[in-house]
Design a protein around this ligand. Structure first.
Ligand SMILES: Cc1ncc(COP(=O)(O)O)c(C=O)c1O
Length: 333
């Protein structure tokens, strides 16, 4: 049996036939450098986002843009604030760039504790990273709560909407009113291009220009540009696929709940699962599944969590079925 990878919240399906074709057609041109700054992709994204191309910055995955934002908008001794649990990419990037990180716990349902955040903000805090929906907890903070926070602080707020295609919730309408807001999006999740590395930021023209001026001229490769432009012309295909993943998520949730796990509400392509009720540690569960060639993500080592949480991607029908069967066996041992 080949390895079942449910640990990286990837799309379980290959790209659409149109996207595969354009990648294969473009392959014969890669002796040439890619078009600069994403070529025609920012234009293609204007229709999808409703924002002008001056407000869009393309990066080599949203990971690239996370690092760029920290690099440009913080000086030595300045700080990044992150409500936790959240996506480790933020503090990995901050640590790589020698920036200090402040963690603030989310509330019991993984919502934002706005008062605690406000208490921790000093003039040294320059950027707050909020994944919405959040990874790994999968929940969505309502836009009006984010708006309240964005309008109360002076520092930059990055709202990472990497899972937007699943949640369909965005704070993009606030961009024109809030000069401190940057939104991040990705082609890795709903659009299944994780291996090509493509993300983008949406913000006001001034911040976008500062970001763009610091990106690499050839930072986004030819195949990624061609594939992403074609994804945006093939949205019906992708929306149908996302609908399928959302349906499979409901079935996987039901299966996990029947086995006695706590499954949290999800606006993403993964489920966040509590194991404490079953007295199963998530480190044991991860190892045991790994020994059977199934990879899920133990979240027990993340700041803000203990050893009773894991995250699993919603895989395809067969993968979900095998996962549930293996977990059922583990539970009776
Ligand atoms: C919240 C969040 N932001 C950013 C990323 C990185 O995405 P990309 O593949 O676009 O670098 C991930 C990947 O899992 C994520 O979950």
């Amino acid at each position: 049996m080949s390895i079942i990878r449910l640990d990286l919240s990837e799309c379980p399906y290959p790209p659409s036939p149109k996207v595969v074709k354009v990648i294969s057609d473009s392959a014969s041109t890669i002796n040439r450098y890619p078009k600069m700054l994403g070529g025609l992709l920012p234009d293609a994204l204007t229709a999808y986002t409703g924002k002008s191309k001056e407000q869009i910055v393309i990066g080599n995955g949203s990971d690239d843009l996370i690092e760029l934002i920290i690099k440009i908008f913080t000086h030595p001794n300045e700080q990044i604030l992150i409500p936790i649990p959240s996506f480790p990419g933020y503090w990995y990037a901050a640590k790589n760039l020698d920036k200090e990180v402040i963690f603030v716990n989310r509330d019991n349902e993984f919502g934002l504790d706005i008062d605690s955040i406000l208490q921790k903000i000093t003039s040294k805090v320059k950027v707050i990273f909020i994944a919405n929906p959040n990874n790994p907890t999968a929940n969505l903070i309502p836009c009006h709560i984010l708006a309240k926070l964005i309008q109360q602080v002076n520092c930059l707020i990055v709202v990472d909407e990497c899972y937007y295609e699943f949640s369909q919730e965005t704070v993009a309408d606030l961009i024109d009113m809030c000069p401190n807001l940057i939104i991040l999006r990705s082609f890795s999740k709903g659009f299944g291009l994780a291996g090509l590395r493509l993300g983008y930021a949406i913000t006001n023209a001034e911040l976008a220009s500062r970001l763009r001026n610091s990106t690499q001229l050839f930072g986004v490769n030819t195949l990624a540009q061609a594939a992403a432009i074609t994804v945006l012309t093939d949205l019906e295909y992708y929306y149908a696929q996302i609908e399928q993943i959302n349906k499979d998520r409901t079935n996987l949730r039901r299966g996990l709940e029947q086995l006695g796990f706590d499954v949290y509400p999800s606006a993403t392509n993964f489920l966040f699962v509590g194991t404490e009720k079953l007295n199963l540690s998530s480190s044991y569960l991860e190892k045991s599944l790994q020994n059977q060639d199934i990879h899920v993500k133990n979240c027990g080592m993340l700041p803000g969590l203990d050893d009773f949480y894991f995250r699993t991607t919603v895989g395809n029908y067969k993968e979900n079925h095998i996962l549930l069967a293996k977990l059922a066996k583990m539970r009776v041992q």
